[in-house]
Design a protein around this ligand. Structure first.
Ligand SMILES: [Cu+2]
Length: 63
């Protein structure tokens, strides 16, 4: 999935925290400009992850 609005290391840490809270593992992280492309592993749905990450700040999560 893609996350727009990511610009620094603390964004990454924030997102990692959100994912670990719901037992989702971050498999890969690629940052291009202010857009991160991530791969995750876990049982949470895309919609659930999207909602949680977007509630943390000015992020936009897309498939
Ligand atoms: Cu940041």
């Amino acid at each position: 999935m893609k996350i727009k609005g990511v610009h620094c290391k603390s964004c990454k840490m924030l997102i990692e925290d959100v994912l670990s809270d719901i037992n989702v593992k971050l498999i890969s992280w690629k940052l291009n400009g202010n857009e991160a492309t991530i791969q995750v592993d876990g049982n949470s749905s895309f919609e659930e992850i999207k909602k949680l990450i977007e509630s943390e700040g000015d992020y936009k999560v897309e498939k």
